[in-house]
Design a protein around this ligand. Structure first.
Ligand SMILES: Nc1ncnc2c1ncn2[C@@H]1O[C@H](COP(=O)(O)OP(=O)(O)OP(=O)(O)O)[C@@H](O)[C@H]1O
Ligand SMILES: [Mg+2]
Length: 256
């Protein structure tokens, strides 16, 4: 069995007196999709912001390839191979696909001019590798579909060295067909075998289609850690509901 690329032990995050994460353990393996599930307010975003260097943990330890690490900034996390694609994607709609791809990391000649042709080619090729043939990367991002934008953000994270790719609800704002396109992109990244993917979702069906491992959060704690093989359908519904018996809720609903 492969070593986890990243391991998290006893991660605690407090905001003043409020405990958003109450001791979370997590392991992510290259070539696997790890679904992170839980209801609103469970702590999913807080967990990934801690992994991405946005928040400093109050307690606990993050390990990369077995070595303890401290992230003091998003830059530290990114240098350690943590690539995060947030829900808003941080894209500038008015600028071209290529300019967005290379935002802040432009390729320049010795004279300081942009190597536009080279960057256009790379942006095109990198997106094609994970699923979209966007033939004209000089077009504005505003002309892309929502699914294509996700693919752009994912391709960019990988090109700039992500070994852990964190996707925060990448399908939630999309129509059904585009959701499937994004899942296909995720599976192509998985197939490379060298990248660990953390996939945050509310959607049971999506996680079932792609995930190798599952971690369920509720009120900042892990209430279930399962694999594709161990996760039972009823158990999933119970865990998605934060541990409350879904059947009870359904009975209450039926009794109204
Ligand atoms: N900066 C902050 N200061 C204080 N409380 C916070 C802060 N960030 C998050 N919280 C609280 O921590 C808890 C977990 O929030 P978080 O955003 O991590 O949940 P989530 O699982 O991502 O939920 P959602 O599915 O709604 O995105 C919530 O109760 C939230 O109000
Ligand atoms: Mg969230």
């Amino acid at each position: 069995m492969a070593e986890p690329y990243m391991r998290v032990e006893g991660l605690v995050k407090r905001f003043g007196p409020f405990t958003a994460l109450g001791g979370v353990d997590l392991e992510v393996y290259p070539g696997e999709v790890h679904a992170l599930l839980g209801d609103n307010g469970a702590g999913k975003s807080t967990l990934i912001k801690t992994l991405a260097g946005v928040h400093e943990p109050t307690e606990g330890q993050i390990y990369i390839e077995g070595k303890p690490v401290q992230f003091r900034s998003p830059r530290d996390a990114s240098d350690a191979g943590i690539g995060t694609v947030y829900q808003d994607l941080a894209l500038n709609q008015l600028m071209s696909v290529t300019r967005n791809f290379f935002m802040g990391r432009e390729m320049k000649t010795a004279f300081g001019t942009l190597k536009m042709d080279e960057m256009d080619q790379i942006a095109h090729d990198e997106m094609l590798k994970i699923g979209i043939d966007f033939s004209d990367p000089t077009q504005a991002v505003g002309t892309m579909s929502g699914g294509q934008r996700q693919t752009l953000a994912i391709a960019r994270a990988i090109y700039f060295g992500a070994k852990v790719l964190i996707l925060d609800e990448p399908t939630s704002a999309l129509g059904q067909k585009q959701q499937m396109e994004v899942l296909k992109t995720v599976m192509r990244v998985r197939k490379r075998g060298d990248i660990a993917i953390i996939f945050i979702t509310h959607n049971e069906i999506h996680s079932r289609l792609i995930a190798d491992r599952y971690t369920f959060l509720a009120l900042g704690k892990v209430i279930g850690a399962e694999t594709r093989e161990t996760l039972q359908h009823d158990e999933m519904r119970r865990l998605m509901a934060g541990g409350a018996e879904m059947a009870d809720l359904e009975q209450e609903l039926a009794a109204i």
